[in-house]
Design a protein around this ligand. Structure first.
Ligand code: NAP
Length: 485
């Protein structure tokens, strides 16, 4: 099978050669063709990978921050060189266009660059004590071997958000990407290998979450699990990690509102709203899942929104590298999207645009679907309360902005909320009222290395990115010493 080159699982600095294990097929969602296959890992691989990470931990944690930072600098350089290759693999297995895939790799490189700097600046503190004869030193020490488990929608980025701070902190890592998107991650590990990280510092296993992922989470050599994925999986991971009380960072599902108040710049709100509703076919944790628009500007917003959505180009992202949209990942995501739309229509929603696959020979294969706009929606409909993870934008009218805030907070999730208004004083008040880890005011930018990304409520536990994200891989140690004078 093309593209494999006899390399796959990576343990203790070695690529395990092809063997007679069962294979995992990798499908191109734009063509439905199997274009690669990888050997399916098992619990024995997990054990070997964790043992390698345990053995490597002592040496890696004892390297200076300068040394670890310098390794990460080399990773940055290698990833820059490999950017196009990684992005091509990503487009083929995930479906986003080549330019979007390059954007994902660039954002991953930014995370490595940011944490290369941070590795050199991990500081403790010396708090005052009650007596001159006592000194207190608070140090930060790496937690130990980490299991880094990532989903399929941003496989490279979301693994990098774990690898980079873990390595900077002095932790060793066993990575497990989603089964449907293993190839681009494997290419990232080639760069980690070439950077000459000591054997066992990073390891990579493949295989189903229900066996390989579970074994990793339950392994007694793992001290921390850093996971991004569905809230339901997060709950299971909490249970499995409780066996020996592991540290946890969980970045889970979302259901993100956009509020457009009457004083918003409508053109800007529409442009940003369309982008963040449909990018990567709505398969993003911080996608806009529901839109609340003040009644005075509702008609204008809706008209412009539908017009813009209808102009988004849809294509195989290798053939048209700048396409706005590609296919969805798979049949099950497509079916879920259709189910959510059907549920809304059955309960009285109106279809303003989309609701079907695009027409044409070029879409005869692949999981393509038109961006879909619904109105006359309410919170009894699944689309207004559950993550569709598909290209659907339900739009609802409100009279007073406080109503929209209440609707926004009427959710088990609390990942990201967006707000458009020109009144910045009001914006600040509303932002404080929104029960979300991130609030975007007059912009819909995604998470980036210097800023904390933290899911509230059932959107997660702990924080990724920024200084806070680094601290998730460090444990404070208090050394209290008497008679040091
Ligand atoms: P998922 O089904 O939960 O899987 C995520 C990862 O966990 C995959 O590698 C999966 O392996 C593995 N896994 C599954 N069951 C496991 C278990 N019991 N123990 C250990 N690992 C297990 O999520 P997904 O469908 O890939 O991703 C989409 C979800 O991720 C959405 O809900 C989205 O909102 C969320 N997400 C959140 C963020 C955030 O930052 N908050 C960012 C992106 C995505 P397999 O692939 O083999 O099943």
């Amino acid at each position: 099978m093309m593209g494999i080159g006899g390399i796959n699982i990576y343990i203790n600095g070695n690529w395990i050669e092809e063997d007679d294990r069962e294979k995992i097929e990798v499908l191109n969602p734009a063509t439905e063709e199997v274009f690669a296959e990888l050997p399916r890992g098992d619990e024995d691989d997990v054990d070997k990978a964790v043992r390698a990470a345990e053995r490597a931990f002592e040496g890696w944690r004892n390297k200076s921050g300068e040394e670890r930072g310098s390794y990460l600098d080399d990773v940055v350089e290698l990833l820059e060189t490999e950017k196009d290759n990684i992005a091509r693999n990503l487009t083929k297995e995930q479906g986003k266009s080549l330019s979007e895939a390059k954007g994902e790799v660039s954002a991953s490189i930014r995370a490595f660059r940011y944490y290369a700097r941070k590795a050199r600046n991990i500081e403790g503190r010396i708090p005052p004590t009650e007596s001159d004869e006592v000194r207190s030193f608070v140090e930060k020490e790496p937690v130990g071997p980490v299991a880094a488990i990532s989903p399929w929608n941003y496989p490279v980025l979301l693994l990098s958000w774990k690898l980079a701070p873990a390595l900077a902190a002095g932790c060793t890592v066993v990575g497990k990407p989603a089964t449907k998107t293993p190839l681009a991650v494997r290419e990232v590990f080639r760069s980690l290998d070439e950077a000459g990280l000591p054997p066992g510092v990073v390891n990579l296993v493949f295989g189903p979450g229900s066996t390989v992922g579970k074994a990793l989470v339950r392994h007694d050599g793992i001290r921390k699990v850093a996971f991004t994925g569905q809230t339901g999986t997060g709950r299971q991971i909490m249970r499995d990690a409780s066996t020996n009380i592991k540290e946890l960072t969980l970045e889970l599902g979302g259901h993100c509102p956009l509020i457009v108040d009457s004083d918003a710049k409508i053109d800007d709100a529409v442009e940003a709203g369309v982008y963040r509703s449909f990018r990567n076919m709505g398969q993003i944790c911080n996608s806009i899942n529901r839109i609340y628009v003040q009644e005075n500007v509702y008609e204008e917003f809706l008209e412009e929104f539908v017009e813009r959505a209808s102009k988004l180009s849809i294509a195989n992202g290798i053939e048209d590298p700048d396409a706005d949209l590609g296919p969805m990942l798979d049949e099950s995501g497509l079916e879920k999207t259709k189910r959510h739309i059907e549920d809304a229509l059955d309960k009285g929603a109106e279809l303003e645009y989309g609701g079907e696959p695009p027409q044409g020979e070029e879409y005869s294969k692949g999981y393509f679907f038109k961006p879909t706009v619904l109105t006359n929606v309410n919170h009894d409909m699944i689309v207004m309360t559950e993550e569709t993870f598909g290209p659907v934008a339900p739009i609802m009218k409100f009279a007073e902005v406080q109503e929209a805030v209440e609707y926004s907070n009427d959710s088990i999730y609390g990942l990201v909320a967006y707000l458009f208004t020109e009144d910045l004083e009001k914006a600040y008040d509303i932002a404080e009222d929104l029960e979300y880890g991130t609030v975007g005011v007059n912009n819909v930018s995604g998470g980036d290395a210097p800023y904390p990304y933290s899911g509230w409520k059932q959107s997660g536990l702990g924080t990724e990115l920024s200084e806070e994200g680094l601290n998730e891989y460090l444990k404070p140690k208090h050394i209290r010493a008497k008679s040091l004078r």
